[in-house]
Design a protein around this ligand. Structure first.
Ligand code: F6P
Length: 328
């Protein structure tokens, strides 16, 4: 029989993502609703090791639903990757009387959570939060929708210059090894071509698309390049490569960078965060551990953390088809 839960800890770890604050809020408010104590852990797993805790109640999370970043702060802790680090973290949790932990983050966060839960038989529930949308078993991760809107807004602005000066713009977006941000924002912003890590034929297809665009009378073009795409060239080398093939192009490069991680979360991310936060507390109350709370076909689901971190690179073929048709 699982242990009775009285106190739940919550932390954010890895790269920050818009919606993390809304998720913390939902966890804290769900604890309050179910008469459980809640403890915030600052600076992710590093704060867990150092016992950097603070009691949170329903009023502690006022005015945070609309804020980007994470008020609990975040780190990528190297010490937590060691057994000694995890032992210190367990000691601190025991001292503070914390019975279970909600970890909000991406695959690194979940991997740490699995190790910790296995070693100390400690209940851990994950909430997927990363702009990359690269977690298995959930249709969306927190922050992804907001990042997409940020990227589309930025490319809309770039398009003004591209079109005024008849230029070709290469725009680099984040996503680590996943092309979700690139593919979706590329369609949303009307890009002529999209390079993603999951496809090898990217560069050849890009040159082909550019030729076709020219032949079709287009005077400016936008190519969205995922940071992890596999041409072996960085975005500036790609620009040079295109120029070597056709010197008539007036090419500019724009690397969007960390603006994609910031800003007020979209309504979608706030609602998702609220559903997942409540779902996480309810999963702990049901005696679940080592599960991620995700969203699949509009339903809140519980997915084993091991499954969540086993994502295989995959391309949404329908999205690729739509991108090809709409960029003619
Ligand atoms: O995982 C989120 C992410 O923003 C990736 O898209 C990107 O590759 C990485 O984090 C950047 O990490 P950092 O902020 O540590 O440079």
């Amino acid at each position: 029989m699982s242990k009775k839960i009285n106190k739940i800890g919550v932390l954010t770890s890895g790269g920050d993502a818009p919606g993390m604050n809304a998720a913390i809020r939902a966890v804290v408010r769900a604890c309050s609703y179910y008469h459980l104590e809640c403890v915030g852990v600052y600076r992710g797993y590093q704060g867990l090791i150092e016992g950097d805790f603070e009691k949170l109640d329903a009023r502690s999370v006022r005015n945070v639903i609309n804020r980007g970043g994470t008020f609990l702060k975040s780190t990528r802790s190297l010490e937590f990757k060691t057994k000694e680090g995890r032992k210190k973290a367990h000691d601190k949790l025991t001292e503070a009387g914390v019975d279970a932990l909600v970890v909000i983050g991406g695959d690194g966060t979940f991997t740490g959570g699995v190790f910790f839960s296995d070693e100390f038989n400690f209940p851990i529930v994950g909430i997927p939060a990363t702009i990359d949308n690269d977690i298995n078993g959930t249709d969306y991760t927190l922050g992804y929708d907001t990042a997409l809107n940020t990227v589309v807004e930025a490319i809309d602005k770039i398009r003004d210059t591209a079109s005024s000066h008849n230029r070709l713009f290469l725009v680099e977006v984040m996503g680590r090894d996943a092309g979700d941000i690139a593919l979706n924002s590329g369609i949303g912003a009307g890009a002529e071509e999209i390079l993603i890590p999951e496809e090898d034929a990217g560069v050849e297809r890009m040159l082909e698309s550019l030729k076709k665009s020219k032949a079709a009378g287009k005077t400016s073009s936008i190519i969205v390049v995922a940071e992890g795409e596999k041409s072996g060239k960085n975005i500036f080398q790609l620009a040079e490569f295109i120029h070597e093939q056709d010197e008539s192009y007036d090419i500019r490069v724009s690397v969007l960078g960390h603006i994609q991680r910031g800003g007020s979360p979209s309504c979608f991310d706030r609602v998702l965060a609220s559903k997942l936060g409540v779902g996480a507390v309810e999963a702990i109350m049901d005696g679940k551990t080592k599960v991620m709370i995700g969203l699949h076909h509009q339903n809140v689901v519980r997915v084993p953390l091991e499954t969540a971190i086993k994502g295989e690179p995959k391309v949404d073929k329908e999205l690729r088809r739509v991108a090809d048709i709409t960029s003619v």
